[in-house]
Design a protein around this ligand. Structure first.
Ligand SMILES: C[S@@+](CC[C@H](N)C(=O)[O-])C[C@H]1O[C@@H](n2cnc3c(N)ncnc32)[C@H](O)[C@@H]1O
Ligand SMILES: O=c1cc(-c2ccc(O)cc2)oc2c(O)c(O)ccc12
Length: 356
């Protein structure tokens, strides 16, 4: 083989390996789901130190014939960074927790397992089998094409998945708020008299804000099936309604993970109304957005890829989109706002303050 053929063969096989990886990516997701169903992170956590394969087999109480299957599952999950591998007693290999699997431990403040299991539920995953045909189909979202109803109507009609979705959002909030409310971004809420958490889900973020800032009257606005029968507090109230119809007046309007579920037309409608509301309040007030900002030039490649995955999810489930800073800026100026400030939060999200 000459040098050109050698290079050609190398590229061919690299391309094939890349396609194999993309093709089998769902096996990584399903292995993660399996680890959660088996409670492997909890077992390692209760064990108190790294666990050997034989100890894991016995803790799981599975057939010894499944030992090699478990070894292979753990090998993949170690390779993808979900668990790590160390040596115990000088030579025996044992599995330990990483930053990712620590988030899978149940009953810890930041448990991410409900989020993983709801977004790997067949109702989310199976729709993607039709992605190709959806591109050639109608204007409906992929969700509507597959399930016959819009995303939020599906949640209304399926209380089980609705509850799991809301719990997933609440766990997302728990991870985020330890930084947003209590630490670096505290000044964002200081001095406010009232706040409406628009599409605030079960109010997990507003509850934390209302406890940290007793002087702020917090109101959570969400759809009736989301806010029914939730416990209120002195400075925490719930309103069942549609954000396109009515949002009560306030000093600040908080939108966490709302705009990424909206296209530009609907996003603009909501923002224009907030701009008018702030104007009629003597220009007192601001919009606070917690959402994704894509910054492909400056952030790590893997983080951008995760944001692109979210973008696909939003586009096909709800006609939404993840936005770059210039896309956000256009939305704000089209809605009549004069300036904004973006504070990146560790991980996926940014905090955006928008002023009249
Ligand atoms: C992705 S969730 C975010 C929940 C919450 N902000 C959080 O981050 O945890 C979007 C929320 O918007 C609510 N929502 C969707 N359409 C709405 C509408 N037209 N009016 C009010 N709330 C709506 C949903 O019920 C859901 O709770
Ligand atoms: O289908 C979704 C999923 C999300 C979502 C997933 C995971 C997270 O940690 C946060 C959000 O958000 C959605 C959304 O905001 C929307 O309007 C429609 C669909 C989805």
């Amino acid at each position: 083989m000459d040098a050109n053929q050698d290079q050609g063969a190398k590229e061919l096989f690299q391309g094939q390996a890349q396609l194999y990886k993309l093709m089998f990516n769902h096996l990584s997701s399903m292995s993660l789901k399996c680890a959660i169903e088996l409670g492997i992170a909890d077992i390692i956590h209760s064990h108190g130190r790294a666990i050997t394969l034989s100890e894991l087999v016995s803790a799981l109480d599975i057939q010894p014939t499944k030992t090699t299957g478990l070894f292979r599952l753990m090998r993949l999950l170690v390779h993808s960074g979900c668990f790590n591998k160390t040596k115990v007693n000088g030579q025996e290999e044992a599995y330990g927790l990483t930053a990712a699997s620590t988030l899978l431990i149940k009953d810890k403040p930041y448990c991410f397992s409900p989020t993983v299991s709801v977004f790997l539920d067949p109702c989310f995953v199976a729709a993607f089998q039709s992605l190709g045909s959806w591109f050639k189909g109608t204007e409906l979202t992929l969700w509507e094409t597959v399930h016959g109803i819009k995303f939020w109507e599906f949640m209304n009609q399926n209380p089980g998945i609705n509850q799991r979705f809301n719990e997933a959002m609440a766990s997302d909030t728990e991870i985020l708020t330890s930084f947003v409310v209590k630490a670096a971004c505290k000044q964002i809420f200081e001095g406010l008299g009232s706040l409406v958490d628009v599409g605030g889900g079960n109010g997990s973020l507003s509850r934390i804000i209302s406890e940290a800032f007793p002087g702020i009257k917090c109101t959570v606005l969400d759809l009736p099936h989301v806010v029914a029968n939730l416990p209120e507090a002195d400075n925490l109230k719930y309103i069942a309604g549609d954000m396109f119809q009515f949002i009560p007046p306030a000093d600040a309007f908080l939108f966490k993970l709302i705009f990424h579920g909206l296209g530009d037309e609907d996003g603009l409608k909501i923002l224009k109304k907030r701009r008018e509301a702030i104007a009629s309040n003597g220009k007192r007030g601001k919009v606070i957005i917690i959402d994704i900002v894509i910054n492909a030039e400056e952030e790590e490649r893997e983080l951008t890829e995760t944001k692109f995955l979210f973008d696909i999810l939003m586009s096909v489930n709800a006609n939404g989109k993840e936005r770059t800073e210039s896309e956000w800026a256009k939305l704000f100026s089209d809605a009549g706002f004069s300036h904004y400030k973006i504070t990146p939060i560790f991980g996926m999200r940014s905090l955006i303050e928008v002023y009249p």
